[in-house]
Design a protein around this ligand. Structure first.
Ligand code: FES
Length: 130
């Protein structure tokens, strides 16, 4: 396992987590992360899309399920939208807006995300992994 495989809290920060080097995520792909230990870590995922990086809670606004079935499969066939594997809701990767499906018009919970020193950092909501 490389140093970048396990998310870790940023020293001195309450809720910001350092994930992996940006260059491990190619454009048009996404990857899940878990922040915190125990049975109920915060679950999120990061999307690299058209040169930008976005992060969302891994919770579908329809029924609250995680979107994915495996760690790196978030995109629908065609690679233009994110998909929830439970009931097929489709989301815009750059906004998290549901554009088709049972929760059309609702959005994924966006998380503050930035790149520092080449690493992706995400801030998780208060009350999770802090
Ligand atoms: S839980 Fe995601 S579409 Fe139903």
């Amino acid at each position: 396992m490389s140093r970048g495989d396990r998310p870790r809290p940023v020293p001195g920060s309450v809720r910001e987590w350092s994930l992996w080097p940006l260059n491990t995520l190619t454009d048009g792909t996404a990857r899940e992360f878990r922040a915190g230990d125990g049975n109920w870590p915060f679950r999120g995922f990061v999307v690299r899309w058209q040169g930008e990086v976005y992060a969302y809670a891994n919770t579908c606004p329809h029924a609250g399920h995680p979107l994915n079935l495996d760690p790196a499969r978030f995109f629908a066939p065609g690679g233009e939208q994110l998909i929830c594997r439970s009931h097929g809701a489709l989301f815009a990767p750059e906004s998290g807006l549901c554009v088709q499906g049972p929760c059309a018009g609702a959005s994924l919970q966006a998380l503050p995300c930035r790149v520092v020193g080449g690493d992706i950092r995400v801030t998780v909501p208060a009350g999770h992994a802090d």
